[in-house]
Design a protein around this ligand. Structure first.
Ligand code: GLC
Length: 637
């Protein structure tokens, strides 16, 4: 799509220009091409003259930067002493007030303009008309829930403490916040995927600003210079994580600047680009609009461009025969070698979900017609492919067991030439007569029969799975409770790779030993996805049961990242403590079970048009069915 590409590069340039404009204001340093490598790659902000300890500032007025020919961005400064005054006044507040005040004080300028004032326990908009701040829904206003448990209160406190600030404004939450951990690696960064439950917890509480800031700042990182050994990935890539660094300013020993330093996988263990980050970003953007009612963020030109850049990267033509996204091992939550390269379910479910969300948000305009058509075609093809080929239950397993192989024809039953011997012995015993699931991966002559929780749950949430399949997945979780939930929800995958398989597939990874970490470990953060899926299918009691189990241990165990052993008895061997997405996952589950109606903002309903197209595709009387003629290619991306 020639016009699309030039349009995108135009907007990418404008976005970089916007950054430059911001940093070139009197208070923020210009982008300096000759700065040190990490500074060059980072978003810059600057305090001046005096060390950062005595000054603080904000440049958070990012609203409507490219519209009406107005000034793009404004950078206001705020003295730390003023913040100190505000902090003093807060001394008697409840913790929720503290949290909201904290957010308010860093967002507000010292004269009160643009600040969210805290009055009688509710956030109130300040006077600055340029600052777009949605009114929190009445029943979402931050308040201490009467009857909230001690565990819940502790979780909120920890979540607030994990907040990360940039230029005085909250922009995310740190991955793990254990003060006693001396080897933090990159757990002191804001991970895009880890922030999703944090962001949703804030949204559900009516705290919108941190999510808005996160969306806009990570958007700026999207078009950042990123290379590994002279090679650059596609432009729409979102980072896996970022860190706020305070660095000395070149040529001025008394000054420092804050920079946002993203990691696109160039520093990550294994050097894997995070395919899921951009997909989660789109999903969170849609949730922000739904929860806050503020559609102005998704309508911004730069945000629209950001969505298109992610889609362009995902929808680009390649060598693939399958509509699924082809990715390398470790490009999602499981971010190290676990044999999930190819077309892993988790990525496909997030891809489908992001396409659904993007379709809702893309402004209908001439320039995006091709993209929207491409997106619609992909939704149909992807949905057919996953529903048809990834699904296993007793009936399907028995079909595979009796497969003929080496079929050469357009109408082969065993299209991927799967040898029945591939059916693993554990699955023959494990598959319940009621229930089923979507397998982990599908490649030529290869089905990865492992059960991956996130992919299955998000297939329910996004309506990638049919209603029947969605119920069957929940049936399986219920039936296999002692394997998948046991003493802590939820197994990341089942079963673990052991022995020779573990050696070959993980490369003898000592962190991924059987029933540990990604290899059959149990991750409390998955509670929130389980909860959304259960509420969507009107079976909240399953999530309630899981939450009850988690609630008994999480706080006592200091909110571990993951649990080990077959039945999740131990805190994970190398699990971080005070892991933010364990805390946020618990909170989202708790909030949603209290107010199930709110979960609607997070899922996508089955789309009638897609369903209709699928019916046409599987209709045996349809003459166009042969050789996939239904999905005529009508677009160029
Ligand atoms: C681990 C997880 C990854 C997560 C990161 C930060 O690497 O595998 O999914 O984002 O920790 O918590």
């Amino acid at each position: 799509m020639a016009t699309g590409i030039s349009e995108m590069s135009f907007h990418a340039t404008t976005r970089l220009y916007a950054q430059h404009f911001c940093t070139a204001s009197p208070f923020i340093s210009p982008l300096r091409k000759n700065a040190k490598a990490n500074q060059r790659r980072s978003l810059h902000a600057r305090s001046w003259g005096i060390s950062e300890k005595t000054h603080n500032f904000q440049n958070i007025n990012l609203s409507q930067p490219f519209q009406s020919g107005k000034k793009f961005t404004e950078c206001h400064c705020q003295l730390a002493s003023d913040i100190a005054n505000l902090s003093h006044d807060e001394a008697n507040s409840t913790w929720v007030q503290d949290a909201v005040n904290k957010v308010s004080q860093v967002l507000g300028s010292t004269n009160g303009k643009g600040a969210i004032e805290f009055e009688n326990g509710s956030a109130k908009h300040g006077e600055d008309p340029t600052l777009v701040m949605p009114e929190p829904a009445k029943d979402l206003q931050p308040k201490k829930t009467r009857g909230s448990s001690l565990v819940e209160d502790e979780a909120w406190r920890l979540l607030v403490e994990s907040m990360v600030y940039y230029c005085g404004g909250p922009v995310g939450t740190i991955a793990a916040n254990d003060p006693l951990d001396s080897n933090k690696l990159n757990y002191d960064q804001v991970f895009i995927r880890d922030f999703i439950p944090s962001g949703i917890a804030f949204l559900l509480k009516g705290e919108y600003e941190i999510v808005r800031n996160f969306i806009l700042h990570t958007l700026q990182l999207q078009s950042w210079e990123k290379t590994m050994d002279c090679h650059s990935p596609g432009q729409g890539l979102m980072p896996a994580s970022f860190k706020v660094r305070t660095v000395p300013l070149d040529g001025d020993e008394n000054a420092t600047e804050e920079v946002l330093d993203p990691d696109f996988g160039e520093a990550a263990i294994g050097r894997v680009a995070p395919v899921d980050s951009g997909l989660w970003w789109i999903i969170l953007l849609r949730a922000y609009g739904k929860c806050s009612g503020d559609l102005s963020v998704q309508e911004r030109i730069d945000v629209q461009t950001g969505i298109k850049m992610i889609l362009k990267l995902c929808l680009a033509d390649g060598f693939d025969m399958f509509p699924t996204l082809l990715v390398t091992d470790g490009s999602c939550m499981i971010d190290r070698r676990m044999g999930i390269h190819g077309h892993p379910l988790e990525i496909q479910a997030l891809f489908y979900s992001a396409l659904m969300c993007a379709r809702e948000m893309l402004a209908p305009e001439d320039g995006s017609a091709d993209l929207i058509r491409a997106l619609n075609n992909r939704l149909i093809a992807l949905s057919f492919h996953i529903r048809e080929y990834y699904w296993v239950d007793m009936k399907k397993l028995n079909e595979i067991y009796r497969y003929k192989t080496e079929e050469y024809s357009y109408d082969a039953v065993n299209k991927f030439n799967i040898y029945p011997d591939q059916i693993p012995p554990w699955l023959v015993e494990w598959m319940p007569s009621k229930g089923g699931f979507l397998i982990g991966n599908l490649q030529p002559a290869h089905m990865d029969f492992r059960f991956f929780s996130l992919g299955n749950l998000w297939s329910i949430v996004s309506s990638l799975a049919t209603t029947q399949q969605s119920h069957a997945i929940l049936d399986l979780i219920e039936t296999k409770w002692s394997d998948l939930v046991a003493q802590m929800p939820l197994k990341i995958c089942y079963p673990a790779l052991e022995g020779q398989e573990w050696r070959i597939i993980t490369g003898s990874d000592p962190k991924n030993t059987p029933w540990s970490y990604h290899n059959g470990g149990s991750w409390p953060t998955l509670l929130w996805q389980l909860t959304v899926a259960c509420i969507k299918m009107n079976r909240p009691e399953i999530a309630e049961r899981a939450l009850e189990i988690a609630e008994k241990r999480l706080s006592i165990d200091k909110w571990p990242e993951y649990y080990d052993t077959k039945s999740a008895r131990f805190i994970g061997k190398q699990a971080r403590l005070y892991q933010t997405w364990s805390i946020a996952g618990y909170l989202v589950a708790k909030l949603l079970l209290e107010k199930p109606d709110l979960a609607k903002t997070l899922w996508s309903e089955e789309d009638a048009e897609i369903l209709n197209a699928l019916n046409v595709m599987v209709d045996p009387t349809n003459p166009r069915r042969k050789r996939g003629k239904v999905l005529k290619k009508t677009y160029i991306v």
